[in-house]
Design a protein around this ligand. Structure first.
Ligand SMILES: *Cc1c(COP(=O)(O)O)cnc(C)c1O
Length: 220
């Protein structure tokens, strides 16, 4: 419990430190604690330390963990950060408060339908394939203008843009590119930055950082 509180304080201090030269307030950065693969026993100390925003990458895993935790802590906000299958759209809309992985027309159709059916409109980040990697999810940059127009037409609340930069490269250039794309399209939300690079992301305008390892330790 003490180590969770310590890790959280450290990450928050790091955010505050880089906010200063960037002329930002720490409150402008939402810290998403990525709890994928972690048990409720591992998550609870962070909740007790005051963390309320969490991220999961699988619908089923989140369904098995969070309803019970949320019954005790109703102010918890849950973000889906992982790839989403269209056939899980309705479950995702029911469970999550924000979705970070909207990246293709078929998923947009499924999410819009789920939101119409349930009456719950969940803000979505459009994930961009920022490094143009064949194996990675995310909307190609060349298709972004048309896709954003489709999202707006579908009445799906647009939270901003999200990216996962290529591994083993300098992330800063990709963060700067995502920030430029967002500005070009009048979007203010930027979901970028993980344990290894969240300070750089905050310097470059991240509004949502997704941090797992730095808070929970390595995943098993
Ligand atoms: C797992 C994951 C994270 C957190 O990664 P860490 O390096 O553990 O901080 C962030 N974003 C996404 C999309 C992830 O899948």
């Amino acid at each position: 419990m003490e180590s969770a509180a310590t890790a959280l304080a450290q990450v928050r201090a790091n955010i505050a430190r880089v906010c200063k030269p960037a002329r930002r307030t720490p409150e402008s950065v939402t810290l998403i604690a990525v709890s994928k693969t972690k048990t409720p026993e591992a998550i609870l100390p962070l909740i007790h330390a005051g963390q309320r925003v969490f991220g999961e990458n699988r619908v089923q895993e989140a369904e098995s963990k969070w309803p019970a935790l949320r019954a005790d802590y109703p102010d918890i906000e849950l973000h889906l950060i992982g790839q989403l299958q269209s056939n899980k759209a309705e479950e995702a809309v029911a469970l999550f408060d924000v979705i970070h992985s909207l990246d293709r027309p078929s998923l947009l159709t499924a999410l819009a339908k789920a939101m119409d059916k349930t009456g719950k409109r969940v803000p979505c980040f459009v994930q961009v394939n920022i490094g143009d990697e064949a194996q990675k999810g995310g909307c190609p940059i060349s298709e972004l203008p048309a896709f954003l127009a489709a999202v707006r037409a579908a009445d799906v609340p647009l939270a901003g843009l999200m990216c996962i930069p290529p591994a083993d490269t300098e992330a800063a250039t990709f963060f700067a590119l995502l920030a430029k794309l967002a500005a070009d399209h009048g979007l203010t939300g930027l979901s970028m930055g993980m344990s290894g690079d969240y300070e750089t992301a905050v310097m470059l305008g991240a509004t949502h950082i997704r941090v797992g390892t730095a808070l929970f330790g390595a995943r098993g």
